[in-house]
Write a protein that binds this ligand. Structure first.
Ligand code: PAF
Length: 280
């Protein structure tokens, strides 16, 4: 695996790949890689000739009260994991390269970015869309590979790509899970042993809600109220619990068929998110 840190070196490496007529799958990350990230690299290898990954802890997607400086940085371990999964090129830019001063341009997907996670993390998704737009423009991938654990992020990025006519095929990869259902996430590292026992409740409640919808329960307001109570009874503090349309993440009505149940809850120091999407 070749590692480049400057934009000039990245452009040269991309030029060589394109000259050889090879297709590129791109896996943007913030590092501290776990098996979920590696499944994205695996998918990239299935669909394209070359897999490019990036590791960049993007400051613009962190809120003022979110600890950017303590975000885990594990570059050497990450590189080993990427090599073992067959990543071909790694881009590790500096903040001053990705956000040269004056830093005036942003990319925004309106409305959708303010819902759900966006309500408790204002500007978070504007930071995500801005950095992914910049990275896509530099890497020029044929495929963008993202985890579906961040379903809202994936939907927002898909909308950006579609609305901006970007020549990138977006691929969402199913969430990797522990045997008890807990989604793989860097945030699980914040859980104590006791909290780790409680954490799978989030996905259990999401799945139970899905089953109730499929079996014909249509009072979404009641389902949401019951789900939040179950989470609180288990010792979590629900942030949001939503039954939405997949297409635009607005609240679903009885007539909507393609649905996603999205939820976030605080557990100790961790803010866990998860979802399930389905058609009925
Ligand atoms: O999902 C992430 O890790 C980040 O939001 C992303 C897409 C790499 C942008 O910084």
């Amino acid at each position: 695996m070749k590692t480049v840190s400057t934009i000039a070196d990245l452009k040269q490496a991309i030029k060589e790949i394109k000259t050889e007529g090879k297709t590129i799958a791109f896996v943007p990350t913030m590092g501290n890689l776990h098996s979920g990230h590696l499944s994205l690299v695996h998918k990239g290898n299935e669909v394209a000739d070359v897999v490019v990954a990036s590791i960049f802890v993007n400051p613009t997607q962190f809120g003022e009260n979110e600890d950017l400086s303590n975000y885990p940085r594990t570059l050497e371990e990450d590189k080993k994991k990427l090599i073992s999964e067959g990543c071909n090129l790694l881009f590790t830019p500096e903040k001053s390269d990705m956000y040269p001063k004056p830093d005036l341009a942003v990319t925004q997907v309106k409305h959708m970015s303010t819902l759900h996670c966006g309500a408790s993390r204002p500007n978070h998704f504007n930071g995500v869309t801005t950095i992914v737009m910049k990275l896509f423009n530099l890497v020029q991938p044929d495929f963008g590979i993202f985890g579906l654990k961040d379903f809202q992020q994936f939907t927002i990025l898909k909308t950006m790509v579609k609305d901006m006519f970007m020549p990138v095929e977006m691929i969402g990869v199913d969430t990797g899970r522990a045997e008890d259902g807990l989604a793989h996430s860097s945030r699980n590292n914040y859980l104590t042993a006791e909290e780790r026992e409680i954490a799978p409740t989030l996905y259990q409640v999401i799945c139970e809600t899905k089953e109730k919808i499929i079996s014909g329960k249509h009072s979404f307001a009641n389902l949401i109220r019951d789900a939040k109570k179950q989470l609180a009874d288990a010792g979590m503090t629900p942030d949001y619990f939503a039954i939405c349309r997949q297409i635009d993440l607005n609240p679903a009505t009885e007539n909507d068929m393609d649905l996603v149940v999205l939820a976030a809850a605080y557990l100790g120091k961790a803010r866990l998110i998860d979802n399930t999407h389905f058609s009925r």
